[in-house]
Ligand binder design. Structure first.
Ligand SMILES: Nc1nc2c(ncn2[C@@H]2O[C@H](COP(=O)(O)OP(=O)(O)OP(=O)(O)O)[C@@H](O)[C@H]2O)c(=O)[nH]1
Ligand SMILES: Nc1nc2c(ncn2[C@@H]2O[C@H](COP(=O)(O)OP(=O)(O)OP(=O)(O)O)[C@@H](O)[C@H]2O)c(=O)[nH]1
Ligand SMILES: [Mg+2]
Ligand SMILES: [Mg+2]
Lengths: 292, 279
């Protein structure tokens, strides 16, 4: 943890007064190591250290705590700030069904998040949720959705022989007619650098005009998290992020990097394989996790 | 020496950043750069291209020491490979790619669908069994994966199968019960073939950051891994964490996958990997 890292430095500091420049540099070095270990993007770490340095040299050192405790306090506040807002939840459409689309890299947790999101909306807002299976590539992708949807009493639309854009529009029309309040479209995993696949998702968006688009991002993602989040946003601007696999012991620095650069809020977190392992995002909890 | 270091600070900082950006851990990066700086100083090397070449050769040295990228196929069939890893890394698709690779080599392969938990996991593997015309053993949903493995090996012996590939459910290395389940599967295997599984391969997603090292630590502690399959190398992530893993934990990458087609699997090439890291 950062406080653990600082403990050694704590004992070395003699004066309780202002933090000497060398002491501050030692502290900044510890922060740099802690954040890089936590997968925070190195460019974001650089900027973060600048912010902390400015604040730590500018602020009046409080009488009640040691200078190093002051730095920890600044670091914690800065991280919470850089993680973005607490989740605002779902904003539903004012007329007609709310159409939600999810996208992301292969294996990030889209299909399971679609099911969890459907269950969350269903149980929290008592709205009729339906799912469109637009992944025509992955073997048994549709079966995976259907099996999971059965457990929560949600309908799934799929039509073999069609491309994902046609399935999406047909599915939305089908569920619009049968009175669904919310329609969620599950898409195939794709790389943000795959031109054809990114065109596909742009075409789906153009065709069905979703109210909400979420990027599903694995919490274990390393330094590339920023480029991934940025790449998807450039082609298909999204509203928020669903961060998955937070039950792992990964520190989740990707959360910090992504909000800082792309400014898209993390709206939901997935914390396991059970359907109820799905929560709204709270920056304070994420901050303490990143700091270790 | 300090003058040399300081004069070129910006240059060395950029190299450090490039390595960190590739998900190499900060400790491994520092260790490699310290070694290269010593050599560069003692041999008076100042040219950036030559320095990059020095860094690459340090990395290749780490990756190739005690080189063991060969897959262990014993004299007595069936060979048994256990494929493990955290959720969504590419285990099932890697099993399919391995099967395709061995089939092309004229080997008789049997697929063991030991992920009895996740929705449509068996169906996903069945698709490949049908496509490649291979035997597959599977049980009812939520049945004991150890029993699937037991039946798979017994069937393989009866049918003169060369290689049994076992697909398992994704799991976090921090889940005690699920790691115990894998240990139990490992025991079932050695019970059936009177030796340890011939390969126990951890599947790691290239986009994973520093947590990959923790994955190897704990999976290795429970199972004694024989190697790593590094997937999704076609992504923009460099997978540099495998350098840290090889250096600190001695577990080698044996195979990589670079796409979603059945033939997108190849043996790990340290030189190619290192060149891509700096491209
Ligand atoms: N432990 C854990 N596992 C998760 C979580 N979210 C998803 N998973 C698992 O991760 C694996 C991949 O999830 P999927 O929902 O199939 O991922 P996907 O993005 O749809 O994958 P593709 O469609 O192939 O791109 C599955 O084993 C899920 O059960 C989570 O929060 N925690
Ligand atoms: N681009 C790319 N995608 C890959 C690669 N390997 C696997 N995938 C994709 O990653 C996703 C997950 O693959 P799976 O084989 O289902 O992963 P898994 O580890 O078995 O997942 P779980 O059983 O749910 O834990 C699928 O969409 C695969 O097609 C790769 O090398 N490149
Ligand atoms: Mg999916
Ligand atoms: Mg699988």
């Amino acid at each position: 943890t950062l406080t653990a890292r600082f403990e050694d430095l704590f004992y070395k500091i003699k004066n309780k007064g202002k933090l000497s420049p060398t002491d501050l540099d030692s502290a900044l070095r510890e922060i740099k190591l802690a954040l890089l270990e936590a997968d925070v993007n190195f460019k974001v770490v650089k900027e973060f250290l600048e912010n902390v340095k400015t604040k730590a040299t500018g602020e009046k050192i409080l009488e009640s705590i040691t200078p190093y405790q002051q730095v920890v306090k600044i670091v914690n506040e800065e991280i919470i700030k850089m993680l973005g807002p607490s989740s605002g939840g779902i904003s539903f459409s004012s007329s007609g069904p709310t159409i939600i689309m999810v996208m992301g890299l292969q294996g990030s947790g889209k299909t399971s998040s679609v099911i969890k999101l459907a269950n969350y909306i269903n149980s929290k807002f008592s709205r009729k949720v339906s799912i469109v299976a637009a992944d025509i590539y992955r073997p048994a992708a549709v079966q995976q959705l259907k099996d999971m949807a059965k457990n929560i009493n949600v309908d799934v639309f799929f039509q073999s022989g069609l491309d994902p854009v046609s399935i999406s529009s047909k599915g939305v029309e089908f569920f619009r007619k049968n009175g669904s309040d919310v329609i969620i479209i599950d898409t195939a995993g794709r790389l943000q650098i795959d031109r054809d696949m990114m065109d596909e998702i742009a075409n789906i968006r153009k065709k069905i005009n979703p109210h909400l688009i979420y990027l599903v991002l694995d919490a274990m993602t390393g330094q590339e998290a920023v480029n991934i989040a940025y790449g998807f946003n450039e082609k298909v601007e999204y509203d928020g992020i669903i961060m998955t696999k937070l039950d792992s012991d990964t520190r989740g620095g990707a959360a910090l990097s992504v909000y800082h650069v792309v400014k898209k809020p993390i709206e939901f977190i997935s914390t396991g394989e059970k359907i109820e392992d799905f929560d709204l995002f709270h920056p304070e909890r994420m901050a303490s996790r990143i700091l270790g | 020496w300090n003058k040399f270091k300081n004069d070129n600070r910006l240059f060395w900082d950029e190299l450090e950043e490039q390595m960190i950006a590739g998900d190499i851990s900060i400790d491994t990066t520092a260790m490699i750069l310290d070694e290269v700086k010593k050599n560069a100083y003692s041999e008076n090397i100042n040219d950036p291209e030559r320095i990059e070449t020095l860094i690459k050769s340090e990395i290749i040295k780490i990756l190739e020491i005690n080189k063991n990228t060969e897959l262990n196929i014993p004299h007595e069939p069936p060979a048994v490979f256990l494929i493990v890893g955290v959720n969504g890394t590419g285990k099932t698709s890697s099993v399919a790619k391995l099967a395709s690779m061995f089939k092309k080599d004229g080997k008789k392969v049997l697929l063991s669908a030991a992920d009895t938990y996740r929705a449509a996991a068996v169906e996903q593997l069945q698709h490949y069994a049908e496509k490649l015309n291979l035997d597959i053993v599977y049980h009812q949903k939520f049945s004991d994966p150890g029993a699937v493995v037991y039946d798979s090996i017994e069937k393989a012996k009866a049918k003169g199968i060369d290689i049994v590939l076992i697909d398992t459910a994704g799991r976090m290395q921090t889940s005690h019960n699920l790691m115990e389940e894998l240990k139990k599967i490992k025991k079932v295997i050695s019970g059936r073939i009177n030796r340890d599984a011939d390969e126990i391969l951890l599947v790691i997603d290239s986009t994973t950051g520093q947590n990959a090292k923790k994955q190897v630590e704990l999976f290795n502690k429970s199972l004694n891994l024989t190697g790593i399959i590094l997937t999704k190398t076609d992504s923009t992530s460099k997978g540099g964490i495998v350098i840290t893993i090889k250096n600190d934990l001695k577990v080698p990458v044996k195979l990589i996958t670079s796409g979603e087609k059945l033939d997108d699997m190849s043996y790990f090439d340290a030189v190619k990997f290192t060149d891509l890291l700096f491209s």
